[in-house]
Write a protein that binds this ligand. Structure first.
Ligand code: 2AM
Ligand code: CA
Length: 285
């Protein structure tokens, strides 16, 4: 019963949200102690696709905590899946129909973590039969925790968030990400960049999709798009944006679902313009 649980009505069990917050906070604090201090850097799908023992340790910590509270729930974490888009899609598909599925990116922004660039987060989402009902994105360096519950709004530092008011692309601050996949995703992204840069107020690229989504939700960015992401990069952030009054679709404007890899998120006001510009530039898919 989602509603009972969301209302915290199940006595003797922590609410889903409390567990999500606790996991993100614990993992984030631990990651922070490892900044500039990791031991082993490996590559995954390409030379740009990085992973450290801290990514793996963070996922282990989160998984253990979640399964302690909810042993019958499913778990999908980036580090438990083979690299590459096919393996990610397959892993998601095999769990999509599960009643409760936790979708976790133990460090979103690993490249930043490795370089000491202060823009990385822990991202934790809970989906009920394929629909995200809780999303938490935690930035340990700023100690900012972004939280959304389906139908109950989105919050940062306990304060209700809402998206920004800009109503034209020309007045918008828009972010994108440069993908690790240089074959398919990067060329598309470059086309989008070429088309959008002259149309927006300015472009940012911080290197964490989940944090970009949280910033759209908080009204700090007017929009965000990126090609070639995975469910764990986007699940929590998608609910943050929606619950803050924004819009999330794929880059062609179709509704967001957990399988979306090419994402457009915005304050809603500029969404049509953003998607149209990407489509016109043949940068959408
Ligand atoms: P990560 O740090 O968890 O890997 C930056 O452009 C965004 O792309 C980040 O959210 C980053 O997440 C994600 N990313 C990096 N490598 C990726 C890959 N091989 N496939 C999909 N997303 C990736
Ligand atoms: Ca990651």
């Amino acid at each position: 019963m989602v509603s009972d649980q969301q209302d915290g009505a199940i006595i003797g069990r922590k609410s889903f949200t409390a567990v999500a917050i606790n996991c993100a906070a614990k993992a984030g604090e631990w990651i922070k102690t490892k900044l500039g201090n990791y031991e082993k850097l490996d590559t995954k799908m390409s030379a740009q696709d990085l992973v450290t023992e801290v990514d793996k340790g963070s996922e282990k910590l989160i998984k253990r905590l979640i399964l302690t509270h909810f042993p019958d729930h499913s778990f999908l974490g980036e580090e438990g899946v083979e690299p590459g888009p096919e393996a990610s899609a397959k892993a998601l598909e095999s769990k999509l129909q599960d009643e409760y599925l936790w979708i976790v990116d133990p460090i979103d922004g690993t490249t930043n973590f490795v370089h000491g660039f202060p823009f990385f987060v822990v991202s934790i989402a809970l989906a009920y039969r394929g629909e995200v009902i809780v999303g938490v994105v935690y930035d340990p360096l700023k100690d900012e925790l972004f939280l959304a519950e389906k139908g109950k709004g989105a919050y940062v530092h306990g304060k209700r968030m809402s998206v920004s008011p800009e109503d034209t692309l020309g007045s918008g601050l828009v972010a994108t990400g440069f993908p690790a996949d240089q074959q398919y995703a990067l060329p598309l992204n470059m086309k989008g960049l070429q088309a959008l840069a002259p149309q927006v107020r300015n472009i940012r690229s911080g290197g964490s999709a989940a944090l970009h989504m949280a910033y759209v939700a908080a009204g700090r960015l007017s929009g965000f798009w990126e090609i070639g992401l995975n469910s764990w990069d986007l699940a929590a952030g998608s609910l943050l944006v929606q619950e803050s009054g924004g819009q999330v679709t794929d880059t062609s404007g179709r509704p967001y679902h957990l399988g979306v890899r090419n994402v457009a998120a915005s304050n809603g006001h500029i969404h049509g313009e953003l998607v149209d510009a990407l489509t016109k530039a043949e940068a959408a898919e």
